[in-house]
Design a protein around this ligand. Structure first.
Ligand code: ADP
Ligand code: TYD
Length: 201
């Protein structure tokens, strides 16, 4: 493996296991003494906090407003986190990026392709690798309700909506995408990802 720092993104519907897998890859990279930073979108910044409140309260806002908020959050993330990591040779392991924008907000009259274009027009860099964790929305919903304990869900956590989101993710043919079966065990998936990471150049 070359020593160049990597920009790695995890994508998938809610409950697919991204957060769990991000932490495992982060720990693996760190154990090799490679400088690495864990990031996620929505962030904890000004726009990220607004977004999280909207998601929790299930506030009804237009798709255009959703795209606007997620892109503003991403602009901040790029400036404060992503660009500094890239410039300072730090590998990024990131839970969601603009592909989520395309898959979720693309369940509308605006196509996923157009949303990707809008993100690329902002100058957001293309990752070296995207691990897309593919799972059936019914299984994902079971995990989400078990995780929350209270059975409380967020704005997009509905089986029918997630079916559309999954379809959008599956339509993405970016050569950096690696689709992984999210119904495998955490250990099995984590091993597939570690093997692949070691082969990235
Ligand atoms: P996400 O970040 O994609 O929403 P999480 O990593 O929070 O998903 O996982 C959702 C829930 O499912 C958590 O309770 C987690 O422990 C569990 N989980 C994650 N990956 C798997 C897996 N491969 N098999 C079974 N359960 C899993
Ligand atoms: P996240 O906290 O990653 O949810 P989870 O851990 O359940 O997967 O993301 C919050 C929600 O934000 C999730 O439903 C996906 C959505 N989202 C978008 O709709 N567009 C975006 O651009 C991003 C980054 C996230």
């Amino acid at each position: 493996m070359k020593s160049k720092n990597k920009f790695i993104v995890f994508e998938g519907i809610d409950g697919c296991g991204k957060s769990t897998l991000c932490s495992l890859l982060y720990d693996f990279i760190k154990s090799k003494n490679i400088p690495v930073q864990l990031l996620c979108e929505p962030t904890n910044g000004k726009y990220g906090q607004m977004i999280r409140k909207i998601l929790q309260d299930k506030t009804s806002i237009s798709v255009e407003e959703q795209i606007h908020l997620f892109i503003e959050d991403r602009k901040e993330d790029y400036k404060l986190n992503i660009r500094p990591c890239i410039e300072n040779g730090i590998t990024i392991v990131m839970d969601r990026y603009f592909y989520s924008n395309a898959a979720y907000q693309g369940c509308s009259k605006i196509s996923p392709i157009e949303i990707i274009e809008r993100n690329l027009n902002q100058g957001f860099p293309i990752p070296d690798r995207v691990y897309y964790i593919d799972i059936d929305p019914q299984a994902a919903m079971k995990r989400i309700t078990a995780r929350s304990g209270s059975g409380k869900t967020e704005l997009f956590e509905k089986k029918t909506f997630l079916e559309g989101v999954r379809k959008n993710f599956l339509s993405m043919t970016d050569r950096h995408f690696l689709k992984i079966d999210g119904s495998l065990s955490v250990d099995e998936i984590s091993n597939i990802i570690k093997d692949d990471y070691l082969k990235l150049n």
